[in-house]
Design a protein around this ligand. Structure first.
Ligand code: 13P
Ligand code: SF4
Length: 304
């Protein structure tokens, strides 16, 4: 490590202690961010970790909705998002007003929102889910009509797996739609022994060709336990850092190098250090919204 990097990591470690902070990182963050974090995981694991943390400050290295979810669960903690502009374009594809309109059109339906939504949308929803628990959760729901926002592809996958008809919102992840069925066919031709695992945000034709459909946390667990020595990975390529680090004997092949989420790459060590120095930028959800959003998040945690 060069002098600049080691000064940054030393500074972060010192301030983390002084501020009684915990650093959480999503699996898609830059390698340098994952390496300094106290915990790296998927959306569900990170929200559980935030809820249980006894630190006073959470430095959330991910995107805005993830920091918001931490703030919904931990109103007494200071939640920092080192780069405020790090948003999730899919989360911004549906608004609270859209959900209210859907409810009017389908008054008997239950509204399930993906965790990739704003706090305002969660506040209008009955229950929240992540890619790790969506299938299980919808299976348990007793409702004839289910509205799912905003990811049409995750919704399609959940509907397929549960056999339940769902009203889908036309949102999508701009990063995961770059992964094509042709990428899976090419990978299978070049690596015939490899297992193919993809994220449920991928298009249905990609999902149909995969061996496994998993959240990023599910991919980590599967890679660790699977006897397969070659795995093809259909999700944002930031996860390769952790997959390779934790499984040095195995080979991981991205379905495409194009699957990059630019928002997940905005945070670097400099931003984390600055954020801990300034105790900013802080993500906080207005209390009335928080209390309503919390119900949907609590229901998810309770059901799963
Ligand atoms: P995971 O919850 O599977 O980590 O997914 C989060 C996400 O944003 C996927 O694009
Ligand atoms: Fe949002 Fe897609 Fe980026 Fe995940 S990968 S944060 S869903 S834009």
């Amino acid at each position: 490590m060069d002098d600049h990097r080691s000064a940054l990591t030393d500074g972060i470690r010192r301030l983390r202690k002084e501020r009684n902070a915990i650093i959480l990182s999503h699996n898609y963050q830059l390698g340098e961010v994952q390496d300094i974090a106290d915990f790296v995981g998927d959306s569900l694991e990170l929200s559980q970790k935030a809820a249980r943390a006894d630190a006073a400050v959470i430095v959330f290295c991910g995107v805005h909705f993830m920091a918001e979810t931490a703030s919904i669960l931990c109103p007494d903690k200071t939640v920092l998002l080192p780069v405020m502009e790090a948003g999730c374009p899919m989360a911004n594809m549906v608004t609270a007003e859209d959900v209210r309109r859907l409810r009017k059109e389908h008054p008997d339906a239950l509204v399930v929102c993906y965790v990739n939504t704003t706090a305002e949308v969660k506040a209008e929803s009955d229950v929240c889910c992540t890619s790790a628990n969506g299938v299980l959760l919808v299976q348990k729901l007793e409702a004839d009509e289910i509205i799912f926002v905003p990811d049409q592809y995750l919704g399609h996958h959940i509907s397929n797996q549960t056999g339940k008809k769902m009203i889908l919102w036309p949102g999508y992840c701009p990063t995961h739609v770059r992964i094509q069925a042709a990428d899976v066919r090419r990978a299978r031709a070049v690596h015939p022994q490899a297992q193919v695992m993809v994220h449920p945000e991928c298009r249905p034709d990609v999902v149909a060709l995969a061996d496994l459909v998993l959240s990023t946390g599910g991919m980590m667990r599967h890679a660790g336990g699977s006897p397969a020595s070659e795995l093809v990975v259909g999700t944002e390529i930031g996860i390769l850092h952790r997959l390779r680090k934790e499984n040095p004997g195995k080979t991981f092949i991205p379905l495409t190098e194009q699957a990059v989420c630019p928002n997940m790459k905005l945070i670097g060590l400099e931003n984390i250090l600055w954020s801990l120095e300034e105790m900013a930028p802080e993500v906080r959800v207005a209390e009335d919204t928080r209390l309503r959003a919390r119900k949907a998040v609590d229901r998810m945690i309770g059901m799963a």
